[in-house]
Write a protein that binds this ligand. Sequence first.
Ligand SMILES: O=C(O)C1=C[C@@H](OP(=O)(O)O)[C@@H](O)[C@H](O)C1
Ligand SMILES: C=C(OP(=O)(O)O)C(=O)O
Length: 466
Amino acid sequence: MPEHPESPPTAESTSVSVQPGGPTRGKIRPPGSKSLTNRALICAAMASGQSVLSGTLRSEDTAVMIDSLRICGVSINVSQAGRMIQVDASTRDVNSDAPHELFIANSGTSIRFLTAALSAAGGNHHLSGVERMHQRPIADLVDALAGVQIGSIQTQSPGGCPPVAISSRGWSDQPVSVGGSVSSQYLSGLMMAAPVALQTRRAQSGRDASSDSIRIDVIGELVSRPYVEMTASVMRSFGANVAIEDVDPDAVDSVSLRVIVSGDGYRGTEYAIEPDASAASYFWAAAAITGGEVTVLGLAPDAMQGDVGFCRVLEQMGCTFTSDADGMTISGRASRGIDVDMNQISDTVQTLAVVALFADGPTRVRGVAHNRFKETDRIGDLACELRNLGATIEEHDDGLTIHPPEQGVTPATLETYHDHRMAMSLSLAGLAAEGVRVLNPSCTGKTYPEFFADLETLIGRPHRWC
Ligand SMILES: O=C(O)C1=C[C@@H](OP(=O)(O)O)[C@@H](O)[C@H](O)C1
Ligand SMILES: C=C(OP(=O)(O)O)C(=O)O
């Protein structure tokens, strides 16, 4: 395909090259959080009354959630270019003879949250996705549900992966046990489903059981813990009672964390979504790579999203981090290599890895073995592309060590493995190095369709598309 320098992106664009320049300076507000949008959609869809969600994300991951809930009868009206969503759950109808066929593409949150919520609500459902989704484990969640659900639930790919087939009449009154070492989304899904299960039980028994509760025990390690607090926070905004107790954080085969959910079910509400903190990491990284200054508007250190903690990581690398009423600012270059546990903020590992290419010493990333189960193997495939940029990489079971290229980042055409975060992070290398080209840029549509347009506005110069 001939190259058309500086022509705007089209759906057919097969690669993008971010152009090097001076320090990146500016302010930017990323779109709404994927994690919060999909949680609020689940709670609103299972609530009594109507909800209005503002600041929502419009992307593939939220579209598959909305489409699936609509198939289950929920009325959803999207307006303001996707930034406002009205939900009316009074039309919800989970009971149909033929299974609801739900296509989830590659959205982990959607398949995990819907599997749990629909198991709790009852009915027949079949959830499938793209090829990679059928390689992403969901066995810990399905096993947890099989222990409590009345009816059947099965995975249909090797290794306990989707599709998932559900035929449910709600949950029994047994406690739930779940593993949390592969993904926290299983626990989040069960937590959000619990008020639904209580309601299904009440409707079936016809008795007022408002003092009932559901106990969920996590057995052994729990990864990505901040997302669990986020889940509890969203549930409370929709009227649920949630108590989280750390039992033994070091437990291996016994209970590490216990969650108790009670209350009368979700109530519709008005809910405002924070800008996406994982998306914000790319803009903070742009400042850190170029020695500029970038403020991400609408986020604060006490945001619900743990990924705002990425600023503290950049601070360790030598950047200055400040925050005020407008947002969170990173300035100065990330010059120091560091040794860091990213278990709680694993979606920012790829961003950090690209920043680390420009540091003066090696960076060791720990605690993210679970990154191998995401949109792609975010340890092995990331190592491969960083090597293409000239870095020396040691791959570990739980992460990687990045030795920056001694002669500077080398020109390369990089694969993205259909992983939005691979595309967004790797492209940043082009801010400070010639000839970095990223293939398949449209895969950012999973969580951030406007990413390259927003980056162009921030850095003030056009990318090259071809
Ligand atoms: O609950 C959530 O919204 C998410 C949890 C994380 O997954 P894991 O718990 O699998 O690490 C994260 O990677 C994902 O993008 C969103
Ligand atoms: C891991 C991610 O997404 P999910 O698990 O929701 O597909 C992500 O957005 O980086």
